[in-house]
Design a protein. Structure first.
Length: 362
């Protein structure tokens, strides 16, 4: 296991530790926070989610009297190389993650076309959220907390934060701030205190994706682990959740995560979740029934989830943006890319910026 970052209140040369607030506990924010902790900074992470992870999240729901897990966000990621590959190897060695080579096929022209070119993927064990849980170990994390504003006074930052079911309060002071969220979210917080940085994020564009979780009374025989549907007007792909490494397998049943088409998802942005769940359930069952020739019966309640900022369609090249005078760094989805490796590298880049500000003057 990677040891938790060592907390320090005073650096080796007796200067007070640099105080940093990291807003966002996805992979980018957690990577940044760990790196800053190892540099000797005092770090507090804020996130509005109940658990860390952002889009690397897992939904747990009751089906048939037992708890079922579904990876609602990124179901896996391609096996990386370089420095991030070394970090992922540590996750695998510790049992936090596993290699996975899924079977994949496309449903096109009324036929199931096997995709012969295999992809080496990585998944979390026993679910994707094991990865952010590992990264969050030892960090000062305030979850279920919304950051509503930033204020700078006398060279320090304070945050207006609202924990779940509590009144707004002030957090701080902090010497530096790192915003590690999707670019549009960061832009909203930066509009007042750092309008130039906010304007720099305007070129980023992100799509919406509706997803749903489904369990059916069918063993999934003859179906791939990842089913792409390029011709479907609503469905984009189905991922067979049960049977993947580390996942529970119920005999005679399979669990699926349904990803809707991004264009359709955007058009249905404000549609009620229960209606989306019914549409995706019906579409998926009809498709699986057509492919297998079997009657498909749902065994539990289908639940839908909307990723309003699911993935970036237009990104910035820089790994992070920063303002040295304000001691603000911005990283996350849409900045330097949107895949998991880009998130990791963006977090390290932001930590490097803050570390340069935290050095005492010579």
């Amino acid at each position: 296991m990677t040891p938790p970052p060592e907390e320090k209140t005073v650096s080796d040369d007796q200067h007070p530790a640099h105080r940093v607030a990291v807003i966002g506990a996805g992979l980018t924010g957690l990577t940044c926070a760990r790196a800053l902790g190892e540099m000797g900074c005092t770090v507090t992470v804020f996130d509005r989610g109940r658990r860390p992870g952002g889009r690397i999240s897992t939904r747990r729901t009751e089906i048939g009297g037992s708890t079922a897990c579904f990876d609602l966000g990124a179901p896996s990621f391609e096996r990386p190389t370089g420095s991030f590959g070394i970090e992922v190897d540590r996750w695998i060695e510790s049992g936090t993650a596993s290699n996975w080579t899924p079977t994949e096929a496309r449903w096109r022209g009324g036929m199931l076309e096997e995709i012969s070119k295999t992809r080496d993927m990585v998944i979390g064990l026993p679910s994707m959220d094991a990865i952010p849980d590992r990264l969050a170990e030892g960090l000062a994390l305030e979850s279920s907390t919304t950051v509503g504003g930033l204020a700078r006074t006398d060279g320090s930052w304070t945050l207006a934060v609202t924990p779940w079911r509590e009144d707004e309060r002030e957090a701080g002071p902090f010497d530096s701030i790192v915003l590690a969220m999707a670019a549009p979210q960061s832009a909203r917080l930066l509009a007042g205190p750092a309008p130039d940085l906010a304007c720099s994020l305007e070129p980023v564009r992100m799509s919406t994706t509706w997803v749903a979780i489904l369990e059916i009374d069918d063993d999934g025989a003859g179906l791939p682990e990842v089913l792409h549907t390029p011709e479907a007007p609503i469905l984009a792909k189905l991922i067979k959740e049960s049977g993947r490494p580390g996942r529970a397998l119920t005999p005679g049943r399979t669990r699926w995560v349904i990803h809707a088409d991004d264009t359709w998802s955007g058009e249905q942005f404000d549609t009620e979740r229960v209606k989306i769940a019914a549409i995706l359930e019906r579409q998926a069952c009809e498709l699986l029934g057509t492919i297998t020739g079997r009657s498909i019966r749902v065994t539990g309640s289908t639940v839908a989830h909307r990723w309003g900022l699911a993935r970036s369609t237009e990104t910035l090249e820089d790994r992070c943006l920063c303002d040295r005078e304000l001691r603000l760094a911005v990283c996350g989805d849409g900045i330097g890319g949107s895949d998991i490796e880009a998130c990791h590298l963006g977090g390290l880049a932001a930590a490097g910026c803050v570390e340069s500000w935290s050095r005492p003057a010579e």
